[in-house]
Design a protein around this ligand. Structure first.
Ligand SMILES: Cc1cc2nc3c(=O)[nH]c(=O)nc-3n(C[C@H](O)[C@H](O)[C@H](O)COP(=O)(O)O)c2cc1C
Length: 201
């Protein structure tokens, strides 16, 4: 299923067509395709080119890792994400490698890497659904994530599936229109709270 953004202005297909489905097809993700997603993440910009991100990835075939991934998700997410062929956790290193000073952009940069990964996925007919709903401490324990690294978000990766495969409340959410604030609410100029003139029609 496609669910393009209903933009006021036309945008690039890669942006309008990216969305976060919960219905995911059983079809596995070929290894070269999976590699291309993380290659996209690799080329994200980052503060001082620190590249403070890391991903733990589990394909369904790797039963142990996949079960470990499911075990750290909150129940709501585990219930639908168990259908995805690939699950992952994005983590950020919170200090610069060169001097151990705090990197206040580490989470921001990791989000940028995941955003590029999602766009590459869209280009390849895949979908990525990110999740904050997982147990960070459990993820640390289960995967041995070291101190200094923060698990930020889980990701379900796969080919979009049939919404009919979802239980009713999730099916309704799957079929509901995608909504966003207008840009007038978050694009300012001159002073906080003053909408930029170009943002207004
Ligand atoms: C950091 C982050 C955390 C999210 N956490 C969850 C989650 O735990 N469970 C879930 O079902 N969706 C989660 N989402 C998906 C959002 O709800 C979704 O991106 C948003 O509603 C916009 O929909 P769209 O991505 O289809 O445009 C998360 C998305 C992001 C970026």
């Amino acid at each position: 299923m496609k669910k393009p953004a209903q933009s006021v202005l036309p945008g690039h297909d890669l942006i309008t067509e990216r969305w976060s489905p919960r219905a995911v097809a059983e079809k596995p993700v070929p290894q070269n395709v999976l590699r291309s997603l993380f290659e996209a993440a690799r080329w994200a910009p980052s503060c001082y080119n620190e590249q403070p991100w890391a991903y733990l990835v589990a394909a369904r075939e790797d039963k142990d890792s996949f079960e470990k991934m499911l075990s750290v998700l909150v129940e709501f997410n585990a219930n639908w994400a168990k259908g995805a062929p690939v699950l992952a956790i994005a983590a950020a290193e919170l200090a610069f490698a060169k001097n151990n000073a705090p990197n206040r952009n580490a989470q921001y940069d990791t989000g940028a890497a995941s955003a590029l990964l999602s766009v590459e996925a869209t280009a390849r007919g895949l979908a990525v659904h990110q999740m904050a709903g997982f147990d960070q401490e459990k993820a640390r324990q289960v995967f041995g994530i070291p101190a200094g690294w923060e698990p930020i978000a889980a990701l379900a990766i796969g080919y979009p599936g049939d919404p009919a495969s979802l239980p009713q409340p999730l099916k309704d959410r799957e079929l509901a229109p995608r909504t966003r604030k207008p840009i007038t609410e978050f694009v300012m100029a001159g002073h906080w709270g003053h909408t930029a003139s170009f943002a207004m029609k």
